[in-house]
Design a protein around this ligand. Structure first.
Ligand SMILES: CC(C)(COP(=O)(O)OP(=O)(O)OC[C@H]1O[C@@H](n2cnc3c(N)ncnc32)[C@H](O)[C@@H]1OP(=O)(O)O)[C@@H](O)C(=O)NCCC(=O)NCCS
Length: 215
């Protein structure tokens, strides 16, 4: 994931052992006792990676709890993001106020069903994907980038953002994307950023996206 982020962001990608790591008591309290084994493993790997990344910023042993909206509660002076998908987990953290928000996302490179594609992509985004026959991963790239947009929007603005409230344009050669927020949403969101700029990468089995909002 660090290939998609500037060097001042500390990034940790989980090794196999991290999925079996230790949670701090305050973190374990945020995992439902009914959590299935796969949820326990991904939650654990996310916390272990996030604490290791925070350690690189000099923040040691701080439990990473979750807010009511499920967002991680980052220690004072830091912000970050966690992602996990089958067999892959990463965390990225940076210092505030130099960085206002960090967003990362990873998804398995699957072919999304038509109804899912339509719920994520605007008609013009679907048209863009349709102009790339045989490259069936582009809707998954849109999904991943929009998840990043939400992980930036949510801590900065504090409200819900629908998939159709961000319009994505991708530069395939550069591996970059820009998300522009629907002006009607901005009218209802004083001070909210109007656009987010990020990077993406497509591997045979994994799609990754990331972005930061600088000060
Ligand atoms: C929250 C959401 C973005 C998570 O994405 P995901 O692909 O399902 O899952 P990921 O593994 O990549 O990320 C999960 C992590 O995101 C983090 N997260 C959850 N809610 C969050 C929020 N509101 N803000 C920031 N981070 C959040 C958590 O760390 C979570 O892991 P944890 O529960 O183990 O701590 C997604 O579930 C969601 O609700 N999406 C709908 C909103 C949206 O994406 N709108 C698009 C706007 S263009």
């Amino acid at each position: 994931m660090d290939d998609l982020l500037p060097g001042f962001v500390a990034v940790e990608v989980a090794a196999d052992a991290d999925f079996e790591g230790e949670l701090l008591p305050a973190e374990a309290a945020h995992l439902s006792p009914r959590a299935v084994a796969s949820r326990r493993r991904e939650f654990t790997a996310g916390r272990v990676c996030a604490r290791r990344a925070l350690g690189r910023l000099g923040v040691l042993g701080h439990p990473l709890t979750s807010a009511e909206n499920r967002a991680p509660v980052w220690p004072g002076g830091t912000t970050g993001s966690i992602t996990h998908t089958a067999g892959y987990c990463a965390a990225a953290v940076a210092r505030t106020p130099q960085v206002r928000a960090v967003g990362i996302d990873a998804e398995r490179r699957t072919i999304l069903p038509a109804n899912v594609r339509a719920s994520i992509c605007l008609p013009e985004e679907l048209d863009w994907c349709a102009r790339r026959p045989g490259e069936d991963w582009w809707p998954a790239v849109h999904f991943s980038a929009k998840e990043v947009v939400y992980k930036l929007w949510s801590p900065l603005v504090g409200t819900w953002l629908d998939f159709h409230e961000a319009r994505l344009t991708l530069d395939v050669e550069a591996g970059t994307w820009t998300a522009r927020i629907d002006p009607r949403k901005l009218d209802k969101s004083p001070g909210a950023p109007a656009r987010f700029d990020g990077r993406f990468h497509v591997a045979p089995d994994l799609v990754r996206s990331a972005a930061v909002v600088p000060a």
